[in-house]
Design a protein around this ligand. Structure first.
Ligand SMILES: [Ca+2]
Ligand SMILES: [Ca+2]
Ligand SMILES: [Ca+2]
Ligand SMILES: [Zn+2]
Length: 444
């Protein structure tokens, strides 16, 4: 390892023509850090000359912090309802709300609605209507259809409930079952073991050679998605206890991968999937020979940025949904998130809660809604030790004391439950003032 680092430094020296003084200083820093680095396994000692960010691999573009104005608008409620076909929309709600409109009436009302109300919500660039506030829209729709106050209130309430379900369906997270035998899961096996320290979010704006009907990412949509992601991850940092020393940082890569996005399957997260292809198309290579490149990318970003955790967020310009990749798929904690979600009545935009929800999974949190394979009292296969061994899900919707949270509802709440806080390293099991993951004697 010593020689290896020396050679690497010498190579850098020659390539970058660093002055002798600067080089000696760098060497001193390296020597100091070598003495502090614990012994590594033989496979890590291979002298690899790849994946040095800024030399072999491009530097990620820094995330632009949204303006205060933009942050304020993100803080405001946005129901994010998208109407692509007014007839489809009215047909769905007519059935659901039992308004008893005939097909003929639906056609007529659709036209009225478009001319009198929806025209104000038209997004010229995207060619659809976008509703921000269901309370206001509900009244407008009610007056066109001639609904009474009771019917209007019921419509708005049912729409919000349905939207919450649609957002839950958008998240098709599925994780390998925890074998329920308490076993040690080393924090070093994950790129984002728990939500402490400098947390780096690497956004990978992903385009597919075989594009969806939505085409490639546009600058407007990319900025919109990144603002939501910024806000969603900011919500995590803000709720962190001071002992976690939480700081956020972020960077962006843009990449094109082959094939089409077919959703949550091994074509995405497998060894030969497009997530691995994206890492290698960006310029990373598999330097440890495990067949994956996402691990090398996450490790390189971690050492380059000095971050404690790295999460890879693959953003796709389609409506394939969002999911976190399970811990059985390599070292890199990663998630895919689409710009839109699909519903029977139309579409909706991903919200800050989507980014917050998936990131929390990657730090160890479980779903708290009625998702397949989830239950009250479940230990988290996503959490590392000691949290994995200490805690179980106490905020699942089926638990008697369950409260609203971003892992349970995720559509218009950002609240992180006590149960999730424990899984992601914000608990203090023995109540000695030191948070579990950094406590030498976490059990007391
Ligand atoms: Ca690798
Ligand atoms: Ca403690
Ligand atoms: Ca202790
Ligand atoms: Zn989830």
């Amino acid at each position: 390892m010593y020689v290896c680092l020396w050679e690497r430094m010498e190579e850098r020296h020659m390539v970058k023509r660093i002055g002798t003084r600067a080089f000696s200083m760098l060497l001193a820093v390296v020597l100091v850090s070598v003495t502090m680095v614990p012994l590594v396994s033989a496979s890590d000692e291979k002298c690899e000359k790849t994946n040095i960010i800024g030399i072999d691999v491009p530097v990620p573009e820094p995330v632009v912090v949204p303006s205060d104005e933009k942050l304020q608008s993100l803080r405001e409620k946005d129901d994010g309802v998208i109407i692509e076909s007014t007839i489809t929309y009215l047909t769905y709600w007519n059935e659901k709300m039992k308004w008893d409109l005939s097909e003929e009436e639906i056609k007529r009302y659709s036209q009225h609605l478009e001319e009198k109300v929806l025209v104000r919500y038209y997004d010229v660039d995207d060619g659809y209507y976008r509703i921000h506030d269901l309370d206001i829209f509900g009244k407008e729709l009610g007056s066109v259809l001639g609904l009474n106050t009771e019917q209007t209130v019921a419509f708005v309430q049912t729409h919000r409930e349905q939207l919450a379900k649609d957002h839950q369906n958008y998240h098709c997270d599925f994780f390998p079952p925890d074998n329920q035998i308490k076993h040690y899961i080393s924090p070093s096996t994950r790129s984002a073991p728990y939500a402490h320290g400098k947390m780096y979010y690497l956004y990978i704006i992903t385009n597919f050679q075989t594009q969806s009907s939505d085409g490639a990412w546009t600058t407007t949509h990319q900025d919109d998605a990144l603002d939501d992601a910024y806000y969603g991850t900011h919500e995590i940092r803000q709720q962190a206890p001071s002992g976690a020393n939480a700081v956020n940082e972020g960077g962006i890569y843009t990449v094109t991968v082959s094939g089409a996005n077919t959703g949550d399957n091994s074509d995405a997260w497998g060894v030969n999937g497009w997530m691995e292809e994206a890492a290698s198309n960006i310029g990373y290579s598999d330097s440890n020979g495990d067949g994956r490149t996402t691990d090398d990318m996450a490790r390189s970003i971690k050492s380059w940025s000095g971050a404690d955790t790295v999460i890879l967020l693959y953003l796709t310009h389609d409506d394939m949904g969002g999911y976190a990749v399970g811990p059985d798929q390599g070292y890199a904690d990663r998630t895919a998130l689409s710009y839109w979600g699909k519903a029977d009545w139309g579409r909706f935009n991903s919200v800050p809660g989507s980014y917050e929800h998936e990131s929390l999974h990657l730090y160890g949190a479980l779903d708290e809604y009625e998702a397949p394979g989830t239950f009250c009292g479940q230990s988290s296969i996503l959490a590392v030790s000691p949290m994995h061994d200490m805690y179980t899900n106490t905020n699942h919707v089926s638990c008697s004391s369950s409260t609203n949270s971003v892992m349970r509802y995720l559509y218009n709440t950002s609240t992180i439950s006590t149960s999730t806080r424990r899984f992601i390293g914000w608990g203090d099991y023995d109540n000695d003032g030191t948070l579990d993951p950094i406590d030498a004697t976490p059990w007391g």
